[in-house]
Design a protein around this ligand. Sequence first.
Ligand SMILES: Cc1cc2nc3c(=O)[nH]c(=O)nc-3n(C[C@H](O)[C@H](O)[C@H](O)COP(=O)(O)OP(=O)(O)OC[C@H]3O[C@@H](n4cnc5c(N)ncnc54)[C@H](O)[C@@H]3O)c2cc1C
Length: 422
Amino acid sequence: MWGFETEPEFQRELDWIDAFVRERVQPLDHLLGNQYDVADPEFVRLVRPLQAEVKARGLWACHLGPELGGKGYGQLKLALMNEKFGMARFGPIVFGAQAPDTGNSEILAHFGTPEQKRKYLEPLLANEVVSCFSMTEPQGGADPLGFTTSAVLDGDEWVVNGEKWFASEARTAAFFIVMVVTEPQAENPYRRATMLLVDAGTPGLEIVRDYGFHGEPEPAHAHLRFTDVRVPAGNVLGGRGEAFAVAQTRLGGGRLHHAMRTIAQAQRAFEMMCERAVSRTTKGQRLADLQMVQEKIADSWVQLRQFRLLVLETAWLADQGRDWRQIRLHVSAVKAEMPKVLHDIAARALQVHGSLGLSTEMPFTDWLVNSFHVGLADGPTEVHQQVVARELLKDVAPAEGMFPSYLRAEEERRARELYGSV
Ligand SMILES: Cc1cc2nc3c(=O)[nH]c(=O)nc-3n(C[C@H](O)[C@H](O)[C@H](O)COP(=O)(O)OP(=O)(O)OC[C@H]3O[C@@H](n4cnc5c(N)ncnc54)[C@H](O)[C@@H]3O)c2cc1C
């Protein structure tokens, strides 16, 4: 079976989402600040009614599988939906599909106790609150085995000490999922860390500083300090020493949704480049008639379509029942390629717009910076390229002798062995 069609009923939903995001959600990006500030009266006034329309349409928070209480759309449909959500900064939150809450709700649904689900998952899925996922530490993020923030059991409480950073949305979060070392003696280094649920406002938990990125409305990525932060013993998410397994559970789907939202930005850059190319003239010709501009447009379209197919193939494989570990080659390939696609297309669109393209009147520099963001968050590109190469090479056998097995003389010898001399 092989096909590229979308079922007509689902295509109708995608068309509705497309129009809704372009006409009703994109304007919010120009009016409101941080999209995670759910307590902001303007958020309540403008975003809540849109969320209510999405809920009434049955398209709210579709990311959980049916076994976890969701609609069970599967990764392919979720990917296509996220391609629409990504067209606006407020798109994901209007549909209850914003990171890191989607991944956090996935692991709460998967590993949470009934009490944790009641206290944390239910308000999170309703977007009454937002949450923070905190792994990265100042001394190194790409190597989680180097994390040192620790928790020690003292009676019926964990006592947490250490520092984390780039904890996105810590300022607005009602609770944090924090990776802490609890089993330093475990022989397997991947069994030394545990995920803890920590409520915002717990004494000893301090935001040292919020770091900001170009293109974001305000600094929202926190440097956190934990000084004797006391957390109930029952706030372990998963089991003791299970943090790596918990973290892996949230990353697979999230990476694909992120990729499709990135495609949405690249697609918008592409559409803008095309409009400018047919609108602007130089020396009596449209930009669209210049070969080097045509090359930019052709390369961008091909690059985007190739990448989109890779993401959709990966989503399709996930829907065939393969677990994320089985398809990590594909997931890491998507993660590794995503920054380059956005970077290249945003950069070409910027160039075609000339000075205007570089100015803050246009979104291209935001998207260029975002291309670096998607190349760092959830692990740097290089780490994912290594996974791709390792996966591709693991079953490749070395040649038996000094020469390649495909040396022409050798291939001819094998052909003669099979068919005799001709
Ligand atoms: C916008 C944004 C939001 C984020 N949000 C969160 C969040 O909510 N929660 C959270 O926990 N973290 C978050 N992060 C942190 C992110 O996960 C880390 O930045 C990432 O894992 C890399 O860690 P690092 O920045 O410490 O880089 P380092 O580990 O210092 O690596 C620096 C560079 O070294 C190179 N490098 C590192 N390792 C290798 C390797 N094995 N092979 C080859 N080259 C390598 C790469 O070029 C890499 O970019 C966020 C980051 C960004 C940019």
